[in-house]
Write a protein that binds this ligand. Structure first.
Ligand code: NAD
Length: 389
């Protein structure tokens, strides 16, 4: 295996490899950003990984500001506060540094700071993105510190509307960062729960993209290799967080998942989104809980495809073997088998279940599920995930 250091231009420029964070000043110059706003989350802001990155900017005498009021599952008030800091500091670009939450919020600050319409007008619906003033979008540099969402190579940002308790996907082609620094050394500090949850998020993206109906052999090809990388490397990264090779492959798998899911996602995400919005659960971990139930539900439509995927990944036993491998992987990563293991004291009445099923069927990801996600099916999947059956 050659050294895991590379530069890709797919779907954007990715400077990949351990230690490449030191190229940040050069990357700022390449994107024309002179006064960046560094956007991260409050947990990361206290860790050495942020201090050492800011030192790189200090040493290069870059005048920057820092904004870290980013909740996991960011909300509109985080965005409003970030835009105020961006404008007050006369910033001309964003360094989005962190997991999906900080990446998404950083991207959205760069996007929304120059817009006059509310952010909800740019939801990923039809061609709503054309309503935006494209010239007013500031350049974005993305630096992932988790390996799951792939937001660093995506043209979307996810934000929760607190008024309606719904997660909304905001889309614009210019939400795609200009340059990504994918440095696996930045991810070694991730605790086990986050390593597991984000890694399962990458798997969910690859798996759902691969199973989504429609002709997109490029996305399919990326997704199958992404799945293989996760099976081979996520247990290693979980068992030994300092395994840089496993961390590097997981960072690739995350970017591959998000590249592939332009083909579509499915019911794992349709159910995970309302749960995340209502219970503030970790997105990837919620996907991991729903995964086997959705896989079983979709069986008739995807049995042949999954058998092909299993063979590629070296998993014996076709669809059944693959389903067992998912269960085994979840166990190894201590993913709760059922929702009450994720949400302590969960007590959902009929009305709440109905609400979640209603939200799932209208989630934009539902259309990508290989079997139509009706309200009845969403309710059954939810009941299964609660009971663990
Ligand atoms: P996250 O960004 O919410 O971070 C989770 C926790 O991990 C935080 O407490 C953070 O401080 C910590 N953390 C991050 N990196 C760390 C590191 N290197 N060391 C130690 N701690 C670290 O988690 P996430 O799973 O990366 O992102 C989830 C968010 O991404 C959700 O809001 C979800 O909706 C969104 N998302 C977006 C897309 C997209 O396409 N834009 C796709 C999937 C999910």
């Amino acid at each position: 295996m050659s050294k895991l250091i590379s530069k890709w231009n797919y779907p954007t420029t990715v400077r990949f490899g351990a230690g490449r964070i030191k190229e940040l000043p050069e990357v700022l110059a390449a994107t024309g950003i002179k006064r960046p706003l560094f956007v991260t989350d409050p947990g990361l802001a206290k860790l050495p990984v942020v201090a050492s990155t800011l030192k790189i900017l200090d040493d290069a005498k870059v005048p920057y500001g820092v904004f870290s009021e980013v909740r996991p599952n960011p909300v509109e008030s985080n965005l409003t506060a970030g835009i105020a800091v961006f404008k007050k500091g006369k910033h001309d670009g964003v360094i989005a540094f962190g997991g999906g939450s900080a990446l998404d919020l950083g991207k959205l600050i760069a996007f929304q700071a120059g817009q006059t319409r509310p952010v909800w007008d740019f939801e990923d619906v039809d061609d709503w993105w054309t309503r935006a003033n494209s010239d007013a979008i500031a350049p974005i540099i993305a630096v992932p510190t988790t390996a799951g969402t792939g937001s660093e190579v995506g043209r979307a940002g996810v934000i929760t509307n607190e008024a309606t308790h719904t997660k909304k996907v905001i889309f614009h082609p210019k939400l795609l960062p200009a340059i990504v620094i994918a440095d696996p050394e930045l991810s070694v500090g991730m605790p086990g729960f986050i390593t597991a949850g984000t890694g399962m998020d990458a798997l969910a993206h690859c798996l759902e993209a691969y199973c989504a109906p429609g002709y997109h052999p490029m996305a399919d090809g990326i997704a199958v290799e992404g799945v293989r990388l996760v099976f081979e490397n996520l247990p290693k990264a979980y068992a030994n967080g300092k395994d840089l090779v496993a961390r590097a492959h997981m960072m690739s798998a995350a970017a591959m998942g998000a590249t592939a899911f332009q083909k579509g996602l499915g019911a794992i995400h349709s159910l995970s989104h309302p749960i995340g919005a209502l219970y503030d659960t970790h997105h990837g971990m919620t996907n991991a809980v729903f995964m086997p139930y959705v896989l079983a539900f979709n069986r008739d439509a995807i049995e042949v495809r999954i058998a092909r995927l299993a063979a590629y990944c070296g998993i014996k036993g076709g669809f059944d073997g693959f389903a067992k491998a998912i269960i085994k992987l979840r166990k190894e990563l201590k993913v709760p088998h059922a929702l009450p293991g994720l949400i302590k004291g969960l007590d959902m009445d009929k009305k709440r279940k109905g609400l979640i099923a209603d939200m799932a069927v209208v989630d934009p990801t539902a259309g990508g599920n290989p079997v139509k996600l009706t309200k009845k099916a969403a309710l059954t999947l939810l009941e299964n995930a609660i009971a663990g059956t």
